[in-house]
Write a protein that binds this ligand. Structure first.
Ligand SMILES: [Mn+2]
Length: 349
């Protein structure tokens, strides 16, 4: 672990419930909000952006939302503000009274480039990553929260915001996806309490939401998933590790885009005995990204492993970039996993 990452993790321990009220007041005090979410949008990033966008519109604010993603996953178009998303790679931040709001971003570099807090701009960071680096003027980051949507929900409750059905649907989306449909270890009593209240508010129908979120893959994505399944390699002591790979040609041949792999890495957890899985994906620009999942009983966590390669994320779900030719990626990854296993002197189970 690098010194920088250690420092970032220490900073996060400072969350206080008063931070929710500070975030709420900061938002209410500004009339123009620009929301940023991280690249490779997931349900929590899009759900939280859509929820906050709607809440802002209801308060008469001028709201915009962007990230470097060229395209959002189509399955989420039911979100109230899916259509308001803009692609922005490089953003010119100005000290003009706009409030810049980062959602679900552990660090500012997860979103657009050009951000620099020292330039006196007003910025707010609402997040739930354990390694959040507190990069904004106002920071509201609790590593114990299940999702950024949960952080927003708690902020709305603390600040007496109205949670309309459209907001409830968006919030439920991030809560559902980041807890793996209420199956991951971050499914706390509060997560269930939040779900219950969102249902009680009238906007959320759990069966409909489950269909919208989980039962909406397009056939081309399935062909890509099939390639990943067919290449999986299980290894290590007690066969607790698994790796697989997706080449860019897999997406071309299937007619799929890169947005359809959300949820894929978690699927490998249904192999009996698996504690740790890494899915290698080759992007059109040649970059090789790892999507990593771990569960209790793994000798090391997903986040810990990702940070060895300059990546980040949560203890159980994380990602990083691997700098090797794709042809060597599977072997190299297996080697790194076994090396880490032996180095840490740890045993599984
Ligand atoms: Mn999240």
């Amino acid at each position: 672990m690098t010194r920088k990452v250690k420092a970032m993790m220490t900073m996060n321990s400072s969350f206080d419930d008063a931070d929710l009220l500070r975030a709420s007041e900061t938002l209410k005090a500004h009339d123009v909000w620009r929301i940023f979410t991280h690249r490779k949008s997931d349900g929590d990033a899009m759900g939280s952006a859509s929820a906050l966008f709607e809440a802002g519109v209801n308060l008469g604010k001028r709201v915009t939302w962007c990230s470097p993603d060229v395209k959002l996953p189509e399955g989420y178009k039911y979100l109230a503000h899916f259509g308001d998303f803009e692609t922005v790679e490089d953003f010119a931040f100005e000290d003009d009274g706009t409030l810049y709001v980062f959602l679900d971003c552990a660090t500012e570099i997860r979103s657009v480039s050009g951000y620099d807090v020292s330039r006196g701009i007003n910025s707010l960071n609402i997040d739930h990553h354990e390694d959040n680096s507190h990069y904004a003027r106002v920071n509201c980051a609790d590593g114990r929260a299940s999702s950024t949507c949960e952080m927003l929900y708690r902020m709305f409750m603390a600040g007496n915001w109205e949670i309309t059905p459209r907001i409830a649907e968006s919030l439920y989306t991030g809560l559902f996806t980041d807890t793996g449909g209420f199956t991951f270890s971050n499914t706390t009593p509060l997560a269930h309490d939040m779900a219950g209240r969102l249902i009680a508010l009238g906007g959320v129908k759990p069966d409909k939401m489950s269909d919208l979120i989980s039962q909406n893959k397009n056939p081309a994505d399935f062909k890509v998933w099939a390639k990943a399944f067919s290449r999986v390699k299980v290894f290590g002591p007690g066969n607790i590790f698994a790796v697989t790979v997706l080449y860019r040609d897999d997406f071309v041949e299937a007619g799929a885009d890169m947005t359809g792999t959300e949820g894929l890495s978690s699927m490998f957890m249904s192999i009996r005995g698996i504690k740790f899985i890494a899915v290698i994906t080759e992007y059109p620009d040649g970059n090789i990204r790892l999507s990593i999942r771990s569960r209790e009983g793994s000798p090391f966590g997903a986040g810990e492993f990702a940070r060895m390669f300059g990546g980040g994320g949560h203890e159980r779900a994380a990602g990083c970039t691997l700098n090797v030719p794709i042809s060597e990626a599977m072997n190299e990854l297996e080697r790194q996993i076994m090396k880490k296993y032996h180095e840490c002197g740890c045993t599984n189970q």
